[in-house]
Design a protein around this ligand. Structure first.
Ligand SMILES: *[C@@H]1O[C@H](CO)[C@@H](O)[C@H](O)[C@H]1NC(C)=O
Ligand SMILES: *[C@@H]1O[C@H](CO)[C@@H](O)[C@H](O)[C@H]1NC(C)=O
Length: 416
């Protein structure tokens, strides 16, 4: 019986992985949609070093797929980019909102415009057709870190590609060790301007809240935002490494009966799932005591289940998360108890999903996954004759069908 179950599981994994193949996009190295002979100039001046470009985040809006390339190393010409969905499998990235704004050299004194994004890991598309970006403002992150501009929240109107807001995050909310890893947006009422961004700072173990309406930001700290010393070891792509990253990703549930949502969150170096109410996050003057008691442990995913990113599917109430050490994507239907049967590996593939770095659900109900071999990129070496970066996609309803992540539907109980 056990072996039958195992076989069924293997077949199911293969089927799930198969449903994603072929990748929507895949690249050996990241190249850009250069204008004229600018590629030669950029290469000569060291502003483009192909092997130093690794994507870490994605987000889909209509016919665009945004792809971020942080400045880990020198020679990243543009950090915020997109490709059209109808493009070829290895489509070059188009800088956003324009080459002029996005192009930055590592020794730049300042950004070329207020719409310049210097270095971002992940971005968020909200239902009001805006793109939200958490910009760290740094170049050459893994070597001689240089701050080109202040860390900031940038908001773009996706229909016009115009910058709506740039809010610089200062020393009152950030620390020297801050690393802004993700951003998720909570539109509190019906109006688009009543919005809050929750920005995870995995470097200083905090969530930075930004209110669009009042144009101010505050810092929220909690012990659960710190890494778990038992979960600091990783093996991905044959590379062993140790990380002590704190809270790095968060996703929002549907509104609850009181109008607030749950923010599902986790530190990278942790196997636990946490949640807290947006009621607390939205309140700038929430007491230390309320914040201290406001984070709840939902459950534990088990050994080697560290996740870099998560997102929430509002139709099925499913939380998706990356599973770094398992080359996998996990899911949990939040209407059900967080148990090993309900918080499961949805798909797994040691080639296609080596270092699944970001996961997103778009507004049409598709799951998007970016895998990028990050452990080789940072700590070993990449073979640029192979495909290293992949984007996979499939409708959420197809993926969760027949699994415990599918929406709970009450069936009439069959009696013998
Ligand atoms: C792809 O989509 C873009 C934007 O919708 C459009 O401008 C372009 O012409 C399309 N390309 C092809 C080859 O269909
Ligand atoms: C950039 O933003 C600052 C502060 O909001 C403003 O003073 C400045 O005029 C802006 N610069 C440009 C080029 O728009």
């Amino acid at each position: 019986m056990k072996s039958l179950l195992l076989l069924a599981c293997i077949i199911c994994f293969i089927l799930k992985a198969f449903a994603l193949i072929p990748p929507k996009f895949q690249w050996k190295t990241i190249d850009y949609a250069w204008e004229g002979n600018f590629k030669d100039t950029a290469s000569e001046m060291g502003a483009y070093i192909p092997e130093n470009n690794m994507p870490t985040g994605l987000a889909r809006w209509k016919d665009k797929l945004f792809i971020t390339v942080p400045r880990w190393k020198r020679g990243v010409p543009s950090s915020l980019n997109y490709v059209y969905l109808n493009g070829s499998q290895s489509e070059p990235l188009i800088p956003y909102p324009s080459w002029k704004a996005a192009f930055v050299t590592d020794d730049a004194e300042h950004p070329s415009s207020n719409a310049s994004v210097i270095s971002t890991f992940r971005v968020h598309v909200d239902r009001c057709e805006r793109l939200w970006v958490a910009d760290n403002g740094v170049a050459d992150m893994s070597n001689e870190v240089r701050q080109i501009s202040e860390p900031a929240v940038l908001i773009f109107d996706l229909n016009t590609d115009k910058l709506l807001r740039r809010y610089a995050l200062g020393g009152d909310v950030l620390k020297d060790s801050s690393v802004l890893s993700s951003i998720v947006v909570d539109i509190a009422g019906k109006k688009c301007d009543d919005a809050y961004a929750y920005i995870t700072d995995m470097g200083s173990n905090a969530i930075i809240v930004y209110s669009l309406k009042t144009d101010e930001a505050w810092r929220v700290e909690n012990h659960y935002f710190h890494f778990d010393p038992h979960a600091g070891e990783y093996t991905v792509g044959g590379v062993n490494f140790y990380w002590s990253d704190g809270v790095s990703s968060a996703a929002l549930s549907n509104p609850k009966s009181d109008g607030n949502r749950d923010l599902y969150l986790h530190p990278t170096s942790s196997t636990k799932q946490f949640k807290m109410s947006t009621k607390l996050l939205r309140k700038k003057d929430a007491s230390k005591e309320d914040i201290f008691n406001g984070v709840e442990v939902v459950g534990d995913r088990g050994p080697y289940s560290q996740a870099s990113a998560c997102d929430f599917d509002q139709k099925h109430n499913v939380l998706f998360y990356t599973q770094l050490c398992k080359n996998a994507i996990g899911c949990w239907n939040t209407d059900k108890p967080f148990t090993p049967e309900n918080a499961l590996i949805l798909m797994k593939d040691c080639n296609m999903l080596e270092f699944p770095n970001d996961v997103k659900v778009d507004q049409a109900g598709n799951l998007w996954i970016l895998s990028d071999r990050q452990s080789r990129f940072l700590y070993d070496s990449m073979d640029f004759n192979q495909v290293n970066f992949r984007v996979l996609t499939a409708p959420v309803s197809d993926l969760v069908k027949g699994t415990p992540c599918e929406k709970f539907v009450s069936k009439s109980v069959q009696r013998p």
